[in-house]
Design a protein around this ligand. Structure first.
Ligand code: HEM
Length: 236
């Protein structure tokens, strides 16, 4: 098993600024990648499940009290869901073509999956809401709530996403950025999702919290191949 390295912010104000920037673009992510057929609205569940935001927030708060890991995990889960054919919660599906056992999704946080499962259970435990709220909207709300509960801003979320019914395992590899992507590759991938380079840079502020596995960055520290040590790629 790979060792894990925890990234800690150098100051709370820098962390807060980064989280604000990331949060602003998480909204853009949610809007840019919403399924085209959905009519999004802040009041989408006003008559069917008026307490949906309170129910999801309660589940998020409870899970974060148990483990902070669920916060970065949920933010990443939302990003990965949205980049694989839109924010349709297909990343949560289990089955022979499930996404979360493919490519970069294999390191999605079990705590994040548990957080969303609990939020869905909390919503469905309300008789008025049972099976009325899409998992895509629950994940979108949960991502907003982990941002606000870890020092980022609170922002309004438009709702009404539809859930995907099929996993799309085959496209995961081509839909998510790799740890070794250069700037052109990152720009191309984000542009394909309706996002600019500025969006990409701001969204990268999501890495203010969370962990990475050593194998994702060790080659930038110790370039063993090629004889004399070369500077890490980012410093050339
Ligand atoms: C810009 C392109 C991106 C690349 C190349 C990238 C790459 C990575 C990598 C390699 C990891 C570590 C995975 C592991 O070791 O298991 C990671 C973690 C993470 N990423 Fe990204 N990522 C990108 C964009 C984003 C975006 C847009 C967000 C959300 C706004 C995000 C949120 C996170 C979070 C929160 C973690 C930590 C997850 C945890 O602790 O469970 N990433 N990312």
């Amino acid at each position: 098993m790979a060792a894990r390295s925890r990234r800690s912010p150098s100051s709370s104000s820098r962390r807060s600024q980064s989280m604000v920037a990331a949060a602003v673009v998480v909204i853009a992510l949610a809007l840019a990648l919403a399924p085209a057929q959905a009519q999004l609205s802040q009041s989408y569940y006003a008559s069917t499940c008026p307490n949906v935001e309170t129910l999801v927030r309660g589940a998020v708060t409870q899970k974060l009290q148990e483990t902070f890991n669920a916060a970065p995990g949920t933010l990443r889960l939302f990003f990965h869901d949205c980049f694989v054919r839109g924010c349709d919660a297909s990343v949560l599906l289990s089955g022979p073509d499930d996404e979360h056992s493919a490519g970069a999704d294999t390191t999605l946080s079990p705590d994040a999956l548990d957080l969303v499962t609990r939020a869905k259970a909390a919503v469905d435990a309300d008789p008025q809401c049972a099976n009325k709220v899409s998992c895509a909207d629950i994940l979108t709300l949960a991502a907003r709530d982990v941002v606000s509960q870890t020092g980022g801003p609170y922002y309004q979320v438009e709702l009404g996403r539809l859930d995907g019914k099929v996993g799309t395992r085959a496209v995961v590899k081509h839909s998510l950025p790799g740890a070794g992507f250069d700037l052109d590759q990152l720009n191309t991938l984000f542009a394909a999702n309706g996002l600019t380079q500025t969006d990409m840079i701001a969204l990268s502020g999501g890495h203010t919290i969370g962990v990475t596995h050593c194998d994702k960055f060790v080659r930038r520290l110790y370039p063993f191949k090629g004889g004399a040590a070369a500077p890490p790629r980012g410093r050339r």
